[in-house]
Design a protein around this ligand. Structure first.
Ligand SMILES: NC(=O)c1ccc[n+]([C@@H]2O[C@H](COP(=O)([O-])OP(=O)(O)OC[C@H]3O[C@@H](n4cnc5c(N)ncnc54)[C@H](O)[C@@H]3O)[C@@H](O)[C@H]2O)c1
Ligand SMILES: N[C@H](CO)Cc1c[nH]c[nH+]1
Ligand SMILES: [Zn+2]
Length: 431
């Protein structure tokens, strides 16, 4: 990790930037080419990129019913039970996000209400480049099901033998999702956006992914398909004071570093004693990890920063707007009151970020790259459209009509005013 002690103003500005930001243009260019290719060649392009980028020979792009049925037997019972428990916790938390329909009379006889309607066709992207993230399928599938989305298409990169990871298939089955496409990366997003022979075009694309997936979703958004949020390479920022355990903090930093070489991990501390202990502990634990090569690449760009006060740490974190924020401090609850930008916050020494990744109940599809300044993570709302309704009675028209007439005339929009006046006159005729 790169260590900074009491950074200067100039260093502070550099520390606020994500190290990988400079390569964005090359990634965007590549993604544009892939989109053009998928538009022109459809399924053939998906097969081509499966071979080129995933090293997989895929003939049938959709997983068959037999493949899905066979997957269950391949998932150990203990893992099935854990997935069912995580599913239950996610369901419980996301259920609290349901809104009751409320009708209000804004004036006598003028009634307004709002109804939640599911997005009809949704595409779920489940990452699978470095690891098959079946947990992400729970994070997207649970709110999609709770919202009642009628058509769900799942895309995930194929394995080298052209199959889909059985745990992903098992989880899909648990969620009642049967359209599973063996395509990953920007090509999958392009297919969900524009449709191919095997992939129906969808109204909204959900899910996290690497830089290619994130850039592809942003391109899809420019071309008129809705997306959930920019959820790119994982990030964690830990704020630790002298009460923190260097062992726990190091483990938390490594838990996000192991996601990919472009993961971003940051430690902020006001304890000059803790900082070197964490850096040392990171090295020690790193040696024990199976994915240490990936984590080492991420750590090379990661920062451990010594600051002066809790206020300074909070200010830095709010500016940086991390995907995950861990508060390993004495009074975490009090500290959390000052958080204004973060995807999800983990309070106290016994709340590892990994719990939110899998099973606490909150959603792990969260904004990265500083987007926590203006985006929320995935929730039930992401899968719903809110449609407003109103009904006006004769009494209501007499109340609201003159207000509309005066405002419409003032805007010079005579036809708007007339739509009211004609009705008011018809009421006079009826009387
Ligand atoms: N922000 C969140 O909410 C969140 C949640 C879970 C995971 N993540 C992140 O998702 C990412 C998953 O990444 P991943 O790589 O393991 O899986 P992925 O499925 O996102 O990406 C794999 C695909 O990337 C494409 N790709 C790889 N190299 C390419 C290249 N040179 N050119 C064009 N396309 C290329 C391939 O098509 C491949 O199928 C990680 O960075 C992880 O941190 C984020
Ligand atoms: N940390 C990831 C979100 O940034 C989610 C995840 C999936 N599996 C493990 N972790
Ligand atoms: Zn994780």
């Amino acid at each position: 990790m790169q260590v900074f002690q009491y950074p200067s103003q100039q260093e502070w500005a550099t520390l606020q930037q994500r190290p990988a930001a400079g390569e964005a243009r090359q990634v965007e260019e590549r993604v544009r080419q892939i989109f053009d290719d998928v538009r022109q060649r459809g399924d053939e392009a998906l097969r081509h990129y499966a071979q080129e980028l995933d090293g997989a020979q895929v003939t049938e792009l959709r997983a068959t019913a037999e493949e899905i049925a066979a997957a269950v037997a391949q998932v150990p019972a203990e893992l099935q039970t854990a997935i069912r428990q995580a599913h239950a916790n996610l369901w419980k938390f996301h259920l609290t996000q349901r809104e009751a329909e409320v009708r209000v009379e804004t004036m006598p006889g003028v009634t307004c209400w709002r109804k939640s309607v599911p997005v009809q066709r949704v595409g779920l992207y489940i990452p699978g480049g470095t690891a098959p993230l079946f947990s992400t399928l729970l994070m997207l599938g649970v709110p999609a099901r709770l919202a009642g989305c009628p058509e769900i298409v799942l895309c995930t990169p194929p394995r080298k033998d052209g199959s889909v990871n059985p745990v992903i298939l098992f989880t899909a089955q648990l969620l009642g999702i049967s359209l599973i496409v063996k395509a990953g990366g920007a090509q999958a997003v392009a297919a969900l956006a524009g449709g191919t022979e095997s992939v129906p075009a969808v109204d909204k694309i959900f899910g996290p992914g690497n830089r290619y997936v994130t850039a592809a979703k942003q391109l899809a958004a420019q071309r008129g398909v809705a997306i959930d949020l920019p959820a790119g390479p994982s990030e964690v920022l830990v704020i630790a004071d002298k009460t923190a355990s260097p062992v726990f903090v190091a483990a938390d930093l490594l838990s996000q570093a192991e996601h990919g070489p472009d993961s971003q991990v940051v430690l902020l501390t006001d304890s000059a004693e803790l900082l070197p202990q964490v850096v040392e502990e990171v090295e020690r634990q790193l040696a024990e990890l199976p994915r240490r090569d990936v984590a080492r690449l991420a750590l090379a760009e990661s920062r451990a920063v010594l600051l002066r006060t809790p206020e300074e740490m909070l200010f830095f974190s709010n500016q940086y707007a991390p995907e995950h924020l861990i508060l390993a401090v004495r009074d975490a609850e009090k500290f959390s009151e000052g958080v204004t930008s973060a995807g999800s916050v983990f309070l106290g020494h016994l709340t590892p970020e990994a719990a939110g990744d899998y099973a606490s109940g909150t959603n792990h599809t969260l904004p990265t790259g500083g987007y926590a300044r203006n985006y929320s993570g995935v929730s039930l709302d992401s899968f719903l459209k809110k449609i407003t309704f109103q009904r006006i009675t004769a009494e209501g028209l007499q109340h609201v009509g003159p207000v509309v007439e005066i405002m419409a005339e003032a805007e010079g929009l005579r036809a708007h005013a007339r739509a009211v006046t004609l009705r008011l006159e018809s009421l006079l005729g009826d009387a």
